[in-house]
Design a protein around this ligand. Structure first.
Ligand code: SAM
Ligand code: SF4
Length: 329
């Protein structure tokens, strides 16, 4: 198994399969989009499978497919089918905006995918449009219905934003009353592709909890699973749970077990670094599997202690504000 230079086991990969998206969430990218990668800049599915297979042999047990929006990439279902056959890989999960996902849910279930993160910042159609610049809330809600009907584990991701969706905090918490899902509120990070000026974090995890507690005074802390990025809570009598993710205040770095691969093949050993090496380039230079494994081992052996150190060490752009879609959220 990979162990980093701070003694943290690495067993989780987040693989961003595309930078493209059918929404334009203002906290992630500008309304006009970003400079999309050309086809040759993207990792091919064959390259992704090769690197996943090397990583799984080295102890990666869980792979999250993300993007951009994973379901806008052509032939993604065939890729998931191949990935699901990798021996030693215990869990595949997906983060999706839900726009194209509803009809695919039964097939995802058939492939053995048990857990989906659905991004949903608001339950109001107008606010959805104002946040994402697209009128797609009905299709996202269809996806939620399908996920529930097929019995998948559902985590709803909601970024909390001053002036955008504070009215939604309580209705989103209310979803957990009748539904067996987890609603996770996320601190907004500066990864918006330069879309808007990110002055300061207004809603940190403490303030988010306070707002929930004002309406649900009996909310209780529950144990956080190992390697969890969220502080987890339960409201007595509710079916589901609440999570709060301190994505910007970075309180979870001490147990971070994850690495990321971006759509263009950069390896990120921290969300806040700007890529510590490019695996696609190494593969296209002809490195064999052992050489790739050693390059990965070397990078993991030089991991930043936390997101602050990783941001300090960035070579290209400081502070970090590329789009989350090019990082793999
Ligand atoms: N398109 C898919 C989706 O939206 O679920 C997957 C990729 S998206 C980049 C992954 C997650 O990153 C989403 O839950 C999104 O809300 C979150 N995200 C994007 N930009 C963010 C930001 N600036 N701060 C906090 N979370 C962000
Ligand atoms: Fe697209 Fe996801 Fe970014 Fe929204 S958060 S623009 S859905 S990649």
């Amino acid at each position: 198994m990979f162990i980093d230079n701070h003694g943290r086991p690495i067993n989780y990969l987040r693989l961003a399969v595309t930078d493209r998206c059918n929404l334009r969430c203002f906290y992630c990218m500008p309304e006009e989009g970003i400079d999309w990668l050309s086809r040759s800049e993207l990792l091919t599915y064959e390259e992704m499978l090769r690197i996943c297979s090397i990583l799984v042999k080295a102890g990666i047990e869980k792979i999250r497919i993300t993007g951009g929006e994973p379901f806008v990439r052509k032939d993604i279902m065939q890729f998931l089918d191949s990935l699901s056959k990798l021996k030693g890989l215990n869990q595949i999960t997906i983060t999706t905006n839900g726009v194209l996902t509803a009809p695919l849910v039964p097939e995802l279930k058939r492939l053995g995918i048990r857990s989906i993160n659905l991004s949903l910042d608001t339950l109001d159609r107008n606010r959805f449009f104002s946040i994402t610049h697209r009128d797609e809330l009905p299709r996202v809600m269809d996806t939620l219905e399908q996920l529930l009907a097929n019995g998948l584990d559902i985590k709803i991701n909601a970024v909390v934003m001053q002036g955008k969706n504070l009215e939604d905090i309580i209705p989103l918490v209310e979803l957990t009353r009748q539904l067996p899902l987890s609603v996770r509120f996320i601190e907004e990070m500066p990864f918006n592709g330069g879309a808007s000026h990110y002055a300061a974090l207004e809603w940190d995890h403490v303030r988010i909890l306070q707002a929930i507690r004002e309406n649900f005074p009996d909310i209780q802390k529950i144990p956080d699973p190992l390697f969890s990025t969220s502080y987890n809570y339960h409201i007595p009598g509710h079916q589901g749970n609440i999570g709060i993710i301190a994505a910007y205040t970075r309180s979870f770095c001490g147990t971070c077990n994850r690495i990321r691969i971006t759509p263009q093949g950069a390896l990120k050993t921290c969300l806040y670094d700007d890529g510590v090496m490019n695996i696609k380039d190494l593969m296209r230079e002809g490195l064999d599997d052992d050489q790739l494994f050693n390059a990965l081992l070397d990078a993991i052996g030089k991991r930043a202690k936390d997101g602050y150190e990783a941001e300090q060490k960035r070579i290209r752009q400081k502070p970090a504000h590329e789009s989350m879609a090019t990082i793999g959220g």
